[in-house]
Design a protein around this ligand. Sequence first.
Ligand code: CIR
Length: 255
Amino acid sequence: MQHPFKHAVVRKPGPNFGDGLTTSDLGPTDFNLMIAQHEAYVRALKQAGLSITVLEPEFDFPDAHFVEDTAVVTPHVAVIANPGAPARQGEEKTVEPVLAAHRPISRIESPGTLDGGDVLMVGSSFFIGISERTNPSGAEQLGSVLERFGCTWTAVDVGKGLHLKSDVNHAGGDTLLLTEAFSRIEAFAGYEQIVLDPRETYAGNSLWVNDHLLVPKGYPDTLAKLEKLGLPIQVLDVSEVRKMDGGLTCLSLRF
Ligand code: CIR
């Protein structure tokens, strides 16, 4: 197994989480349900063997429970992001001291912007999405830190999606779970590919951690494909997370 993960950092959603950024039109959010879904997510991470640090909500930042976007944590270093959405700039400040207890710290500096949701780690190979949130300077800055630690990186144009990991995720070993469009990207050609049914692209944001898979509820074709990997799978209802354009990877930093 690629370096087992020991810890995860999560943040409880605040009662104003429905004020966060979203392009989805999936109806009003339900705070109590969001809390229940978040608690189930934390339990699933524990079952995958992680110890969990739970941060308190940040009332000035309704998207702050999407902690994945605030940093990129590798076995060698934690790189603090510079979030690309102005409304999210500052979320990273309260995550940095938590990560500093575990890793040396490096930072993405302006004019570079970078969201952790644009960074896919597959062992020592990294893919960095260029998106509305992550610009080429942010990608170059992260890439040069990664190179110092013997990692390779490739920039990938995300196109119209929110983040790179909206379209492609690691499913363990040398397997990627990805949308049809991303399956044709040269950078991913050398991997085993599980290609999503176009009706189930949201399930592309499934989370592999320590050879466990967390998969969103309601995507039977993707679930059947992932079951063939033979890994333990936990299916989680993330309806309230999805309403705010988030998914399973976004809710934690794992390292
Ligand atoms: C945002 O638009 O920034 C949040 N509402 C959703 C962030 C989701 N994060 C992720 O995919 N890594």
